[in-house]
Design a protein around this ligand. Structure first.
Ligand code: FHN
Length: 437
């Protein structure tokens, strides 16, 4: 570990203890701090939305959007048989893409468990002809390939009778107008216990759906303590669209870069936790048979770069088909991103947001004294940056190493770039700097 990294790790520990004392919270244990740093370094993850809903090819909200009653949806679940599911192939695609972690829907809002659970028969092993546990197969493949697995877990449930009183959604599924909220939360804790004990060490739990009942008592302290007790290094990633709450580990933003709110439901408040942006590759999370609006490879690399420039990760979604295969459009794009990362990965993995905040032309990232200037959208050869906080010793193109001329002044630095080549997603300039100016 370099001295600067050691100093930073030390500073994080001291700072965390300080914040914990100020908030009267328990200090975050070392293994979780290390897991948070791992997460910051990871930079790129693959999100997977896959479940019973995939069969209808209209996204993961189809039960709610089409007002499908519970008994009809239960029948749909009983027909789920993704015989082409191959955990090895999925993880091979993830590896080719260069992702460091996978986050998969273990249970979405439809309330169907995509894993073996003893607390309800409404799960993929007991309810379907498939009768296999894809989470188990995926966990084994991820472990074998050095990829961390996170489980998406919906707190919101359109099926469970005890999800009562109802929140903003799930009113048309034909449930009795009664239920026992605490019993529902016990069910949730029991399932989380299974996810944290039956699948080996996992990266963490990615929660979603709290926004359905933002004012309810979710017993978060109890649930979070349970998770951290069962797996002290597991991270809690809550997609509640609010500022971080105690004992959470990552702040995630849906369809937006950290601090932005074009989606209309994200908070602009950024806390001190590691950051993440979740993003659809087309316009849907779950498989949508007519949605062909896939983002281009250049756009996707742009998101990855801008997320890193904002000091965050990109969690890029795919919605596999009901037979268990991944759409070719997605596979093709994931491979192309992986190809790009094989050359440019050192300007992304293990970096932090750089000295110049993201701009319309691109973003900067940094590792120790090296600054990476990512020029995503700039037609000219000359590019002026504000001061980068240190003297530049050398500037060169990351690909090929060609020297880049630069002029430093009190106002910043002007780079003379090679002309852009058509279709090139990102011109990356490496600035080697010495000390702080
Ligand atoms: O309602 C879900 C949606 O289906 C999807 O899972 C996304 C992923 O970030 N989150 C929710 C909305 O906040």
């Amino acid at each position: 570990m370099r001295l600067t990294q050691l100093t930073r790790a030390f500073a994080i520990v001291i700072c965390t203890i300080g914040v914990a004392r100020a908030q009267n919270a328990a200090p975050v244990p070392a293994e979780r701090l290390a897991a948070r740093e791992w997460f910051r370094d990871a930079k790129f993850g693959m999100f997977i939305h896959w479940g019973v809903y995939s069969q209808l090819g209209q996204g993961e909200w189809v039960m709610e959007n089409r007002g499908i009653p519970i008994d009809t949806y239960e029948w749909l679940a009983s027909a789920f048989n993704p015989i082409k599911f191959d955990a090895h192939a999925w993880v091979a695609t993830a590896r080719a893409a260069g992702v460091k972690y996978i986050t998969i829907t273990a249970r979405h809002h439809d309330g169907f468990s995509m894993f073996a659970t003893k607390v309800t028969r409404y799960n993929i092993v007991d309810w379907t002809p498939f009768a296999r546990d894809p989470m188990k197969e995926l966990a084994a493949e991820c472990r074998a390939n050095g990829i961390k697995l996170f489980f998406y877990y919906s707190q919101l449930d359109w099926h469970h009778p005890d999800y009562w009183p109802r929140g903003r959604t799930g009113h048309s599924t034909g449930r009795p107008e009664s239920g026992n909220w605490n019993r529902y939360l016990d069910f949730l804790d029991a399932q989380l216990t299974e996810l944290l004990t039956n699948y080996g060490p996992i990266g963490g739990i990615w929660f979603d759906g709290l926004w359905d009942k933002p004012d309810a008592d979710w017993r978060l302290a109890k649930t979070y303590a349970l998770i951290h007790r069962l797996q002290p290094a597991a991270l809690i990633v809550p997609n509640h669209h609010e500022a971080p709450k105690p004992d959470e580990d990552v702040q995630t933003f849906e369809q937006d870069l950290p601090g932005a709110n074009t989606a209309g439901f994200n908070t602009r408040e950024i806390g001190a936790l590691p950051l993440e942006t979740s993003l659809t590759m087309n316009q849907s999370w779950g498989f949508n048979i007519t949605d062909k609006k896939f983002k281009s490879v250049k756009e996707l690399i742009g998101y990855l770069v801008r997320a890193a420039g904002n000091d965050g990760n990109l969690l890029l979604n795919i919605g596999p088909r009901p037979d268990g295969t991944i759409q070719p459009e997605a596979v093709e794009r994931l491979h192309a991103i992986g190809d790009w990362l094989r050359t440019y990965g050192r300007s992304i993995y293990g970096t932090r947001g750089g000295p110049v905040s993201p701009r319309s032309w691109g973003a900067t990232t940094r590792r120790a004294d090296t600054v990476f200037v990512h020029v995503l959208d700039w037609p000219d050869r000359s590019l002026s940056l504000p001061p980068v906080g240190a003297h530049i010793v050398r500037a060169s193109m990351l690909s090929g190493g060609q020297a880049v001329s630069f002029v430093e002044s009190r106002d910043g630095v002007t780079l003379t770039l090679p002309p852009p080549t058509t279709g090139e997603p990102d011109r990356v300039i490496v600035l080697e700097t010495s000390g702080r100016s």
